[in-house]
Design a protein around this ligand. Structure first.
Ligand SMILES: Nc1ncnc2c1ncn2[C@@H]1O[C@H](COP(=O)(O)OP(=O)(O)OP(=O)(O)O)[C@@H](O)[C@H]1O
Length: 353
């Protein structure tokens, strides 16, 4: 549980400090008051990742180069001073030499946002990100395979784009790519095997129906990855891009055996999207021994009362949940045990009930 959060020059926050209730809070505020930024800061503190940006640069307040986040958790105080060339990561005052060692004993996080529907409706990229955010919290080897794969892919694509004739050099990266790519695929497949029962259970809980949700990992091509990459080399040089590999794989989601993107109703798609996230939560609890911190950004306004109540009841009783919303109308017909805070111009104050 995160008990105190401090921010310096993070997004719209110049200097900010908040004693967070143990069970979490509902954060109420009009648009552009800093609700998402607050959840984003917690996510970055714990996972060094933001759901809104791939690079940390935009997290620094306008006109600043660097930002700071500090958070108190049971037995650990985490502190990030992020400067573009030299990020300073500390736990309990001890510097951590790299991101991997900073993350090794961090807490798990589940992020739920109002664009989660894209997990069902949009392209494969959203579903790969979903798997990767979970995978890197599930298994240290996942992060190594993913990051090594991304690095090798970037270099191979660079060589392809610049029409390098040095096929030996391309081949060296093809070998690396195939090695890490095969490892990543195998980790994703194992992850999905563990995850699927949690998705099915969460769907039944929220949807309350007998419909059968399914999820299957689909590799973009079959056979040995290195051989497929070698066979496609001329085409890759023509496109200036690697066309085979796990960066093109997908997580196929079905309802009653049919594509959920094409055939599920909007309500069913929303239930699937929430179930995918609740499944992350129960899997991470099982695998890490810690209940994740739930960061729930502007989700409730979109749900009908039945799903809203089922969703709130499905959140683990011992989880710390930070829920943002632009209006509290839904609270009138939804019993919510969390204290509410009003956020205005980056300042929080408790809402008297
Ligand atoms: N790097 C930055 N520096 C300063 N301000 C920023 C930065 N990035 C975003 N902002 C501004 O911070 C404000 C708060 O944004 P945020 O997305 O947190 O608001 P929000 O309360 O979640 O809004 P909404 O309800 O519309 O989603 C916005 O005015 C945004 O333009």
């Amino acid at each position: 549980m995160l008990s105190r959060l401090k921010l310096i020059d993070f997004r719209c926050y110049g200097s900010f400090s908040w004693q967070i209730p143990q069970q979490g809070a509902v954060i109420l505020g009009n648009n552009a008051q800093g609700k998402t930024s607050l959840l984003e800061a917690v996510c970055f503190l714990l996972r060094l990742q933001s759901p809104r940006t791939a690079r940390p640069g935009p997290l620094a307040a306008h006109g600043r180069q660097s930002f700071g986040i500090r958070g108190e958790l049971p037995g650990q105080i985490r502190r990030i001073l992020w400067a573009p060339d030299a990020p300073d990561l500390q736990v309990n005052g001890e510097p951590r030499r790299d991101q991997r060692s900073y993350l090794a004993d961090s807490y798990p996080v589940v992020w739920m946002g109002n664009d989660d529907l894209s997990l069902v409706r949009a392209g494969a990229d959203a579903r790969r990100k979903y798997m990767d955010f979970l995978g890197t919290q599930w298994h240290p080897g996942y992060r190594t395979a993913l990051f090594s794969y991304r690095r090798a892919l970037k270099t191979r694509n660079h060589l392809l784009k610049h029409k390098s004739r040095d096929r030996l050099q391309i081949d060296a990266y093809t070998r690396q790519l195939a090695l890490y790519g095969t490892e990543l695929r195998s980790l994703r497949a194992s992850l999905l095997e563990l995850l699927l029962p949690h998705i099915i259970m969460a769907y039944r809980r929220i949807g309350g129906r007998e419909e059968q949700v399914g999820a299957a990992y689909r590799a973009a091509e079959e056979g040995d990855l290195y051989e497929r990459m070698c066979a496609g080399l001329d085409r890759d040089i023509r496109y200036g891009q690697t066309q085979n590999g796990p960066h093109r794989d997908d997580l196929e989601i079905t309802l009653n055996g049919r594509s959920a993107a094409q055939f599920a109703s909007e309500g069913q798609q929303r239930t699937i999207a929430i179930s995918l996230k609740l499944a992350q939560s129960s899997l991470l609890t099982e695998e890490t021994g810690h209940t994740p911190i739930h960061l729930i950004d502007d989700v409730f306004g979109e749900l009908d009362p039945t799903r809203r109540i089922a969703f709130l009841q499905a959140l683990p009783a011992d989880a710390q949940s930070l829920i943002t919303t632009t209006h509290l109308d839904w609270l009138h017909n939804t019993p919510c045990p969390l204290p509410a805070f009003q956020l205005e111009n980056s300042t929080l104050r408790p809402v008297q009930s």
